[in-house]
Design a protein. Structure first.
Length: 144
């Protein structure tokens, strides 16, 4: 990822703190800004604050609130937020429960290259939307 991706903030939610910290370090080394929430309550508390993160990476079975509840709360505040689910229990994953767009599933142990690629795609999509929004006001002010 490029150095410019540091403006892309990822909220990483997992109660396996050691693994979470290592994943956060790897993402940070690749240029992302990463915040960690160690359980569902901490995640929802963070998501209640502004600015919201640009992507959510959550374990499906966190304590106090599961990944579905965390995702639904996040998307109630920011519709369309990219959600990436990491879990050792893929049989519990119900894609429809997360809303739209569909959450992406990553089974533990996580294939880091695939997760990084998915986050990069989400970052590129955000960047394209931001550029489009920056141009839009100028278009409205133009006379033909």
């Amino acid at each position: 990822m490029s150095a410019d991706s540091s403006d892309f903030v990822v909220l990483l939610v997992d109660d396996e703190l050691r693994t979470t910290r290592r994943l956060a370090e790897m993402l940070h080394e690749d240029g992302l800004t990463v915040e960690i929430a160690r359980d569902g309550v901490a995640a929802i508390s963070r998501l209640a604050q502004s600015p919201l993160p640009d992507a959510l990476v959550t374990e499906l079975t966190t304590s106090h609130a599961n990944g579905i509840a965390i995702s639904q709360f996040a998307r109630s505040r920011q519709p369309g937020l990219p959600v990436f689910v990491v879990t050792g229990y893929p049989n519990l994953f119900e894609p429809d429960a997360f809303g739209a767009p569909p959450a992406m599933l990553f089974t533990k142990p996580v294939d880091y290259a695939s997760l990084k690629e998915a986050l990069l795609a989400a970052w590129n999509e955000k960047r394209a939307k931001d550029q489009e929004e920056a141009i839009r006001p100028r278009r409205l002010g133009c006379s033909d």
